[in-house]
Design a protein around this ligand. Sequence first.
Ligand code: GLN
Length: 410
Amino acid sequence: PSQKVAHFERDVWSIFTPLAVETKAINLGQGFMNFNPPDFVQEAANQAIHDVGSNQYSHPRGRPRLRQALAKSYSPLFGRQLDPESEVIVTAGANEGMFATFAAFLDEGDEVICMEPFFDQYISNITMNGGVPVYVPLRAPAKAATENISSHEWKLDINELRSKITKRTRMIVINTPHNPIGKVFDEEELIAIGDVAEEHNLIILSDEVYDRLYYEPAKQVRIATLKNFWDRTITVGSGGKSYAATGWRVGWLIGPNELIQYSLAAHTRVVFCVNSPCQEALAIGLEKSQDLPYFQDQIKAYTKKRQILSAVFDELGLPYTVPDGSYFILVNTTNVQFPNNYEFPDILESRAKDFKMCYWLAKEIGVVAIPPSEFYSKENRNLAEDFARFAFCKSDDVLEDAVVALRKLA
Ligand code: GLN
């Protein structure tokens, strides 16, 4: 194998998703839904698959109808008229959009600032493109070990961020709402980050795939709308998260043509274009959502899901971070013990304690969670070893079943 992939460890998703299947445990691991996209999106997909025009290659930028629908839906949220011809690109999931953007802007040895914990795919996307991730921590207050905190209490030290910048720094990655913390960055925090980017002429890659999922009183602020950060920001979005269609792999980039033309150049050479019928279906979905309270209803539904799942951690006395956005709860598992002599498979040998905890939870408690040390650099993995990430993007009855199963921990 190439140096690029030879050092990859088995990723957390391909350990814990198969484990959920094998153990028949309730899967609150990888963030995907156990329910279908809304009817109007499914119907649109059915229709699209029968339409000759929807079954062939799309324009590399994305199907015009989807780009128009995105421009219409996002222009008010960005406070500017987005040009569907030049400021929106449809990508093969948010992930490929990020990969293409790193390919577009990184030369060998260029550095990218990532906040730790991070969504793991960033790191491999950066290194496969010759870049070097540089980490700056989000820190929780000490009381998080014994009581619930708000995700907003996880803080970035802006001077620490500034101290990480070198001559080789090219980009900074923001993730809001944040996976796995659920933090929604506020305007002041985003301005501080944007100012640093401006001082050092950095490109901002703002991963906002959970942008439609935030909970009162939090609200989604987009760094691209603050000061003149638009000029240096590429915002990443996801159809899968907003329409319960994570397997469709349809995401998008929004940003100034001066920047995203280069993401497009890379994207065209990686996938050329994205699967057409699903683009068509999401275009119709977005059009219809304009006249429906779809996103508002979704937030209500997820607020309830968050409540159902978090209640059991209160009951069990396991402190957690209350997420302001996304669909993850990061739980402190210090008070949960697995037997000393428990047998773990070899692949977990080299991993932090949270991998063993999550394996044991799947096997013995019947609930799959994700060990968050995957979201830390090797040096800092120990910071995550007493945590587990639970996803609540599941139907209420499955969450209720998970609650019953987790009560075995009492
Ligand atoms: N975003 C999803 C999660 O964090 C996983 C996506 C993936 O499997 N790479 O659970």
